[in-house]
Design a protein around this ligand. Structure first.
Ligand code: FE
Length: 255
């Protein structure tokens, strides 16, 4: 099975998507993606996942770059399918571990010993220089985690969106790319209407994202959105009501 997709390559800057899954739980319905950005001899790894795939992912990135050249490992949020192997990555590399400040104190529960390795992100995010370009950590709080960030790569114009854009059981997950947004939409709806907190956060995120030129939106689960399909996704996402609506209905609350 081909579990590697080249998203961008201009000879100096490369973005690779890996789709490695814990085989015992493998099921295309919630395909998990990990990402690597390489510029010359520096790299950043994005949402590396759980301990179950640590060895396989380490080998996969080693085919592209010496893992000791990883400068940063970015965790969009605290979930085990994102940060579960943070202790192993801290031992295997010398990278700075980037995550929301909200989650720093919890990382010890995944076995992380040296909290000094963490570069905690303030709520407003951060911009870091990466080679000749920059990486922007865009706030995505409550979508779904209260301390959550997306990552925008200015060179490739790819937005790594974490759980935003995750599709469950979409047939288009098999080819990793959404060709028809309307066909894919039903597989986004259930996840986003329950996992995203409220419409105000969806709108705020879309507004931040629209300040950047985005070619590809690459979520941690499911398929990527490219070009016009990415724009259709943003227009759809800013209308998502999220869990607030569901909870209000559940409790019969007036809004
Ligand atoms: Fe999550």
């Amino acid at each position: 099975m081909n579990n590697e997709t080249l998203l961008y390559d201009d000879g100096h800057h490369k973005c690779i998507m890996f789709s490695l899954e814990d085989e015992e739980h493998s099921n295309y319905s919630l395909s998990v993606n990990q990402f690597l950005i390489i510029q010359n001899d520096a790299a950043i790894l994005i949402d590396p996942g759980s301990a179950a795939i640590f060895g396989e992912l380490y080998d996969a990135i080693s085919a592209h770059i010496d893992p000791s050249h990883l400068k940063y490992i970015f965790f969009s949020h605290q979930d085990p399918d994102v940060a579960g192997a943070i202790d192993q990555w801290s031992v295997a590399t010398s990278a700075s571990l980037v995550i929301s400040n909200l989650w720093v104190r919890f990382m010890g529960h995944y076995g992380l010993m040296d909290m000094g390795r963490i570069m905690g992100l303030e709520d407003h995010g951060a911009m870091i220089k990466f080679g000749n370009d920059f990486l922007q950590f865009i706030p995505a709080h409550f979508l779904h985690s209260p301390g959550n960030f997306s990552l925008y790569d200015s060179r490739s114009k790819i937005l790594f969106s974490g759980d935003i854009g995750a599709a469950v059981a979409s047939p288009q997950n098999l080819n990793k790319r959404v060709d028809d947004f309307e066909e894919h939409r039903p597989y986004l709806e259930g996840f986003h209407s329950r996992y995203m907190a409220s419409n105000i956060f969806c709108r705020a995120w879309v507004e931040c994202v629209r300040r950047h030129e985005v070619e590809i939106i690459a979520p941690q689960h499911g398929s990527i959105f490219k070009g016009e399909v990415a724009q259709k996704f943003l227009s759809w996402f800013e209308e998502v009501e999220g869990g607030e609506e569901q909870v209000a209905t559940l409790y019969g609350l007036k809004r």
